[in-house]
Design a protein around this ligand. Sequence first.
Ligand code: DAH
Length: 339
Amino acid sequence: MQEKISNIKALAINDINLAKDLKELFDVKVKYLGKNGSVTELMKGMKDIPKEDRPQFGKIVNDLRVEIENEFNAREVVLKEEERLKTFEKEAIDITLPGKSNEIGSLHPITLVKNELINAFLGLGFEIFEGPEIEEDYYNFKMLNIPEDHPARDMQDTFYFNPNILLRTQTSAGQVRVMLDKKPPIKVLSPGKVYRSDDDASHSPMFHQMEGLVVDKGITLCDLKGTLDEFVKIIFGKDTKTRLRPSYFPFTEPSVEVDVSCSECHGKGCKLCKGTGWIEILGAGIVNKKVLEGCGIDPEVYSGYAFGMGIERIAILKYKIPDIRLFFENDVRFLKQFK
Ligand code: DAH
């Protein structure tokens, strides 16, 4: 009997140590300690043992059971740890893989330049006024000294809804609204979309302008030049020079065209400035007395200056963009460059 017990014990310990995982270990447990397991079978043999030997027999078999159980528990601890490590390995995150970043959008280059222009002027004490894009002929033309049949209307091919309502062709329309609404001193900046029936590499049917208007006592062309000088240095760099050339706009008298020294050749003459050393950036002038009068401002007491620039034009010069249409095709490869 002793030999049988030793045999079972040796076999059980061998099986336990061969078990490769918890599942196999559990099968081994059933094989020896289960309902029909070898140890349980031994116990069942009790009935064939003489009565007086039974207590001793019971103790021996029980000791065997405890020993096998201890072996089993020890092996279980080892296998559990092995499985835990295997899971770690399987579920490990490779931190060397490149991450998936969330792409964040960015401001459109026109918005960027618009904000830059606004910031430059806010620093010079201007307030913002935004007029309507669907505008009346009255504000867009008539009150700006551009009556019907005036040749200046041909300069701006207009989208009309009816003879009185149109898409504004210039942010100058906002000047009239401001002057009718406010008494001087006036110092406003008016950015926004404008529309003209025009479409090529340097014209878009919708584009952006930035208008400026200052009305107060004793305003002269010198104030205009000083302000624009300052502004140009902020936007194009402090070595940039400004030049005023005589021009014509019905709502300003005198009118000027404002040029900046070419950032590419610094005045020597190149392709960008068409050999002149200068680049035109905006129209401006002293507000025409007729416009002031029309808005109920006494031109004997007050005077003003105004200017208007194309935001796309400034962006094109600043970033050397070859075609205005790039701004509106919204190709992400183009837009991404302005982050
Ligand atoms: N409104 C003009 C245009 O669209 C630009 C302009 C010129 C605005 C002279 C002004 C100005 O305020 O004084 O071409």
